[in-house]
Ligand binder design. Structure first.
Ligand code: BTN
Length: 269
């Protein structure tokens, strides 16, 4: 029998990322609640967790199915580094979360920018949303007021419970054939994310791990962003974490977008 998470147990982890803890039964979105708390001045290391989200959000305005059994959480971070490093946060968190999954025996790969896939199916999504200080200041000098780092981990549930049509999702239960202790999973997540964030200024080390753990580099890909679609070969990550694409029109660097791997022969290249 897996014990549900409660505030006391989480506080006993004594994680610097869980100094203030809110645990909800059902909540619209932990991301929105964390943002409210951030606006109200909550400190670095505030953790909002919900057993069920009724309005979970993914990237690009998508909804995120969040029934019982998953680990749905958002962290409020008050970064010590400037807004010029904000673009590094997604990859930094992805490396931390990927390492947790490998530690418990799930062989995941990172699909740029922020999906964790097991056997090609999504098992976890990461959503980093930043609020920077005075937009009139040059980005190198601008402070980050806060970052809301959301993690949606398909943990102790069956893929069919996620309400996704295309069966492109998996769960820890389905990969391991057993459930995991949510408190242990949370402990490992907080500890790894904290350790990776601690070395964000030395981004080369994180990028090295990212390259080792990813399944995007070397692939032919199609990236949709805004009204634009770009096809090419994913050749590297830039020193700041942008995806470097080699296209017919030359080299392009992308920080954002919806990516599709064209394994079965894209028309281009
Ligand atoms: C994605 O892959 O599109 C990102 C998904 C992020 C989902 C998590 S679940 C906890 C937090 N609350 C939300 O509403 N979204 C994030």
């Amino acid at each position: 029998m897996v014990e549900p998470l409660n505030r006391g147990a989480i506080e006993s982890l004594q994680s610097p990322l869980a100094r203030v803890v809110e645990v909800h039964g059902a909540l619209g979105s932990t991301q929105e609640r964390a943002r409210e708390l951030a606006h109200a001045g909550t400190p670095h290391g505030t953790l909002v967790l919900a057993e069920v989200q009724t309005g979970g959000r993914g990237r690009l305005g998508r909804s995120w199915g969040s029934p019982k059994g998953g680990l749905w959480l958002s962290l409020v971070l008050r970064p010590w580094f400037g807004a010029n490093l904000a673009s590094r946060i997604t990859q930094t968190a992805a490396v931390g979360v990927a390492k947790v999954l490998w530690e418990i025996g799930v062989e995941v790969l990172i699909k740029w920018p922020n999906d964790l896939l097991a056997g090609g199916k999504k098992i976890c999504g990461i959503l980093a949303e930043s609020s920077a200080g005075n937009a009139k200041e040059p980005v190198e000098e601008r402070r980050l007021d806060y970052v809301i780092l959301g993690v949606g981990m398909n943990a102790n549930l069956d893929p069919t419970e996620l309400g996704v049509q295309n069966r492109e999702v998996t769960t820890i239960r389905s990969e391991l054939g057993r459930d995991v202790d949510p408190l242990e999973l949370l402990r490992a997540l907080l500890s790894n994310i904290d350790a990776e964030l601690d070395r964000i200024e030395d981004f080369r080390a994180i990028l090295e791990d990212w390259r080792r753990l990813n399944c995007t580099l070397g692939e032919r890909v199609r990236v949709r962003r805004f009204d634009d679609t770009i096809e090419g070969r994913a050749v590297d990550l830039s020193p700041e974490g942008a995806l470097v694409l080699s296209t017919r029109a030359g080299t392009v660097e992308l920080f954002e977008g919806e990516i599709e791997h064209l394994r079965h022969g894209g028309e281009i290249l």
